[in-house]
Design a protein around this ligand. Structure first.
Ligand SMILES: Nc1ncnc2c1ncn2[C@@H]1O[C@H](COP(=O)(O)OP(=O)(O)OP(=O)(O)O)[C@@H](O)[C@H]1O
Length: 259
């Protein structure tokens, strides 16, 4: 379970962009975070995996307080937080298998990683997961030879190789065409169920949030102002989340697909 209490983030010298935020995510729920540009969605995800340092407040993952961790303990905790990125963050010149195995970096020795001598059980697990998401036949292909949807599947498998206790996805479908985008959302939802994994997805596409997530968290100016099932996200709630924002923010934009 992830429990965030009274979280504040202030970037150097500025006003807070997360304001005393409370959020609990339990079990295998798939939670989307929506809101206009600048609402604080990415900052929230980045505070959880400590890519940015929270200014104050508490973030507890399965009993472990993350905000105070440093050094080795922080690296160990980060292994438990899988991350899926909008731009996939793959190493293009490496193969799919090599990219996927980089999810094990926190677990294996540097020598094993450099020499690409992956433990047998890691190779077995990688094939299981790649099989599950439909990319096992690409194991030896270079990452840059894959389509956007395939690359995002590699990103998902890499995150799962970490044996995460939570999966964070920052705009995971924003670079994909609409059909591929839906497939990736469906995959994230199914994997959450299969692996009993909580998944927190920062997403602009409200239609996808409604269709593929169990719970929608609406942010505005660094605060959570809506938290409920998709059915409760009515026009009034949408107005509160998006009023005054560019229409495109609210209209589930589909950006240019990668491929
Ligand atoms: N590294 C940074 N330094 C200073 N200010 C930042 C930094 N990162 C984000 N901000 C500011 O924090 C606020 C929240 O940004 P954040 O990226 O979290 O919003 P968001 O809801 O994810 O927006 P978007 O949907 O556009 O990605 C914005 O005002 C932004 O300008």
């Amino acid at each position: 379970m992830l429990r965030i209490t009274d979280l504040v983030k202030r970037y150097a010298g500025g006003d807070p962009v997360l304001k005393n935020l409370d959020l609990t995510v339990e079990g295998e729920s798939v939670v989307s975070i929506i809101g206009s540009s600048g609402a604080g969605k990415s900052t929230l995800l980045r505070c959880i995996n400590k890519l940015v340092e929270p200014s104050s407040g508490s973030i507890v993952l399965n009993g472990m307080e993350l905000t105070t961790l440093k050094g080795r303990k922080l690296r160990e905790a980060r292994r438990k937080i899988g991350m899926v990125f909008q731009g996939f963050n793959l190493v293009d010149r490496l193969t799919v298998m090599e990219n996927v195995q980089s999810g094990r970096l926190g677990y294996i020795s540097t020598w094993s990683a450099i020499s690409r001598r992956y433990p047998k059980q890691d190779i077995r697990r990688a094939y299981e997961l790649m099989e599950r998401v439909g990319i096992a036949h690409y194991a030896d292909k270079r990452a840059d030879e894959l389509s956007g949807g395939e690359r995002q599947r590699v990103g998902v498998v890499r995150a799962l190789m970490q044996e995460p206790e939570i999966l964070l996805a920052d705009e995971p479908t924003a670079s994909l065409d609409p059909k591929t985008s839906e497939q990736i959302m469906q995959l994230l939802r199914d994997l959450a169920r299969e692996l009993s994994l909580p998944v927190l997805i920062n997403i602009h596409n409200v239609a996808e949030a409604r269709q593929y997530t169990d719970r929608i968290v609406g942010m505005r100016y660094g605060r959570i102002i809506f938290d409920g099932p998709p059915a409760e996200l009515d026009e009034t709630a949408m107005d509160r989340i998006y009023s005054g924002s560019p229409a495109a923010d609210r209209a589930s934009p589909q950006p240019e697909p990668v491929s």
